[in-house]
Design a protein around this ligand. Structure first.
Ligand code: ADP
Length: 262
């Protein structure tokens, strides 16, 4: 049974961990591989491009893919006893993957994860932010619970694909966020359809309309339907996710998604 601790003094809590952010948004999913990290990075980059002060924190200890997606080769350095995030395209980024060997984190139990995430948040010098976007681990409630105790999270965005099984997992993730008292800001349906460059037709590879219907049933806004895009995948593989906005085919739908959070 999960026991949720209410925020008696949220301001002090923010002071305690030394984070000054107007809005803290968790990006989660029911399972891995649905594009959660891609969407988290894209949301952060889009808000940053739109002129907000944004930080991106990769808390997906089990599969920290933000360093890869953003092509990060630098390591965070310490200054004034605090860790300075790596800067990508002018945006501060921190990942558990830059600090902890993956083999180590995957065997951590709840209390160790709790300690690591708390320290990670406390020790990082984010400066003053408008938004801190957190790439959450898929499924599990451990880190969501820890973060909900440490920070007054503004809310969560849940990423899913249109497939029935993925939607079932997304529904579980939504229930988990609700249970720990994190408001749901919306659902992003990723890999929604494939727009064929050859024949121009829209192919619904994983089915269609499922996320829209589920979101409506659960009274959560559907923030975007992001199509399968080979270039987006290639840029991810090459560590060039920052270039997603330079490509007119992706930029419109991705910027539209970011604007829903402003
Ligand atoms: P997760 O964080 O859910 O595990 P990732 O963001 O790491 O997922 O994405 C998994 C893979 O799918 C990556 O190779 C990524 O480039 C690719 N991908 C994500 N979204 C799309 C999309 N809309 N079109 C094509 N490939 C995508």
């Amino acid at each position: 049974e999960i026991v949720v601790r209410p925020f008696e003094r949220p301001a002090e809590k923010i002071g305690q961990i030394g984070l000054a952010a107007k809005s803290v948004i968790a990006v989660g999913s029911g399972k891995g591989g649905v594009g959660k990290s891609t969407i988290a990075a894209t949301l952060a980059l889009g808000l940053h491009r739109a002129g907000s002060k944004v930080g991106l924190m990769d808390a997906d200890v089990y599969g920290p893919s933000i360093p890869h997606l953003l092509g990060i080769t630098d390591r965070p350095h310490a200054e004034n006893n605090r860790l300075q995030p790596v800067v990508v395209d002018g945006m501060p980024v921190m990942s558990m993957g830059l600090l902890v060997p993956k083999e180590e984190a995957v065997v951590w139990r709840g209390p160790m994860l709790h300690g690591a995430i708390t320290q990670f948040l406390k020790d990082t010098d984010w400066g003053n932010l408008d938004y801190l976007i957190i790439d959450m681990p898929p499924g599990t409630g451990d880190i969501a619970l820890t973060l909900s105790q440490l920070l007054p999270l503004t809310g969560a965005v849940v990423v899913c694909t249109p497939q029935d099984v993925a939607l079932l997992d997304a529904v579980k993730a939504i229930a988990m966020y609700r249970k720990v008292g994190i408001p749901l800001l919306g659902v992003v349906e990723n890999m929604s359809y494939f727009a064929c460059g050859g024949c121009g037709a829209r192919h619904d590879i994983f089915g269609s309309g499922g996320a829209k219907q589920k979101a409506a049933e659960m009274q959560i806004p559907l923030l975007a339907e992001v199509p399968i895009n080979v270039d987006l995948r290639k840029r991810g593989d090459d560590g060039r996710t920052v270039d997603n906005f330079d490509d007119p085919a992706s930029a419109e739908v991705l910027m539209g998604m970011c604007r829903t959070l402003v």
